[in-house]
Ligand binder design. Sequence first.
Ligand SMILES: [Zn+2]
Length: 130
Amino acid sequence: MNRPSRPTVPQPVSAWLQAHPQLAHALPAPDEEWTVREQDMIGDSAHGVLREHGGVRKVGETRCKDGNGAVAVWQVTEAVAAFVEHNVTEPSLTPCGHTGVVNLGDTYTCQTETCDARFDRETALEVLKS
Ligand SMILES: [Zn+2]
């Protein structure tokens, strides 16, 4: 039996994963089943990329909690999980758990618009260099 070669992910998926390292590392493990609603941090557009190019696979359907209709249940593929593990560097996080550093003059904040965290220059440099 041929041992499958290292799993590959389609280029649009690998490009997306590398452009969104924080999300890539937050994706559910391949053995977890989830709906898009449960994984709202993935978002519809990101899920669209993953779905369209085989980064996630539909494994079933479940009933909507709020009534009628079924929603798809998904799994992240092994190939995507392996790609993230080996090829996507986990971004260093700010003290508030986000990414990016924005200079506000006297203080610094992260790139998450809704976040009010402030930290000093020393901390900002730590985030940037790690
Ligand atoms: Zn923040």
